[in-house]
Design a protein around this ligand. Structure first.
Ligand SMILES: CC(C)(COP(=O)(O)OP(=O)(O)OC[C@H]1O[C@@H](n2cnc3c(N)ncnc32)[C@H](O)[C@@H]1OP(=O)(O)O)[C@@H](O)C(=O)NCCC(=O)NCCS
Length: 276
């Protein structure tokens, strides 16, 4: 069997199955103007620690068209990020674990929409700036904290990948505490922040013994904002609040998420911080 010219790239990004076939199609022809523009946008951000993702530019297109442009651009640009990581002395495994979110997000997109696509492409433009790393169970995003005095902070994210036991979380934070001072000594971060539906205090009240509650309790909650669809998206991988009565109520989390909405409640995004 002939080997694909993209085996290494797809290995790096953990792109598998049908997604690998679709991605190979995108790479089989030269990039067009919109893809080149997207690549330039990522190149301008690499090494510059942007806080926010890229937003779509140019003429208004259909969602699927925008997603295809960005999938192709992400695929073509990822090796530059891998090289940037290696130039900093970061080992290949950490870089690959960080970039593997591309493949994971493609698989999640299939579950959400039933076809190839990447509705979370903007999220992945953060990885492509070179300052978001998966260290063990968690992802950490080294960014300026947005205050007047230049301070640095680690934004914490929780990729879907099985359970979130306290031991795994401890190990991940321990790795972050040594990784960032080693590779980014001029950007010391004293705090980590997390903005997540998992920090909504309603969850810890209802499921006090859960891993999610134990994770949330690590953070001091600063405030909450309305995020009506997040809990449904992350629990059921459904966008929007339609057809909720068709969703399963098998796990305690599924029941808590749906019962709150049944009762007229609104899920929140909890914004919290902890000292590293
Ligand atoms: C965060 C996550 C890893 C927690 O998983 P976990 O460690 O298994 O969670 P807990 O132990 O706290 O789970 C408590 C209960 O909720 C259930 N549960 C947890 N996550 C679930 C999910 N995504 N879908 C359905 N049920 C879930 C568990 O099965 C358990 O149910 P039980 O009491 O009936 O046995 C998981 O929810 C996940 O992968 N979420 C998607 C990623 C995400 O939300 N990231 C944050 C984005 S801001």
């Amino acid at each position: 069997m002939a080997t694909s010219p993209y085996t290494d790239l797809f290995g790096l990004l953990d792109i598998t199955g049908e997604d690998a076939v679709e991605c190979a199609h995108l790479l089989d022809t030269p990039p067009d103007e919109p893809v080149l523009r997207a690549i330039t946008a990522m190149q301008d951000r690499l090494g510059n620690f942007p806080l926010d993702p890229v937003t779509a530019d140019g003429p208004v297109q259909d969602e699927a068209g925008v997603e295809r442009i960005w999938i192709e651009a992400l695929l073509r640009f990822a090796p530059n990020v891998h090289a940037y990581h290696q130039n900093l002395g970061i080992n290949k495994a950490v870089s690959a674990a960080s970039l593997a979110d591309v493949g994971l997000q493609l698989r999640i997109n299939r579950r959400v929409h039933g076809h190839f696509g990447l509705d979370t492409w903007a999220w992945l433009t953060l990885h492509m700036a070179g300052n978001l790393f998966r260290l063990g169970r968690l992802q950490f995003h080294l960014v300026p904290d947005g205050s007047q005095t230049p301070e640095w902070v680690l934004g914490v994210h929780i990729p879907e990948d099985g359970g979130l036991s306290p031991e795994l979380v401890d190990a991940s934070f321990a790795e972050a505490r040594s990784f960032f001072p080693r590779f980014f000594p001029d950007k010391p971060a004293r705090n980590a922040t997390c903005d997540s539906w998992m920090l909504d205090p309603y969850l810890a009240e209802r499921l006090p013994k859960s891993n999610i509650a134990s994770f949330a309790r690590r953070f001091t909650l600063d405030r909450c904002t309305d995020a009506p669809t997040d809990a449904v998206y992350f629990t059921f991988r459904q966008r929007g609040l339609h057809d909720l009565n068709r969703l399963p109520r098998e796990t305690s989390l599924q029941r808590v998420v749906l019962e709150r909405i049944d009762d007229g409640g609104t899920w929140q995004l909890g914004h919290g911080h902890l000292a590293l």
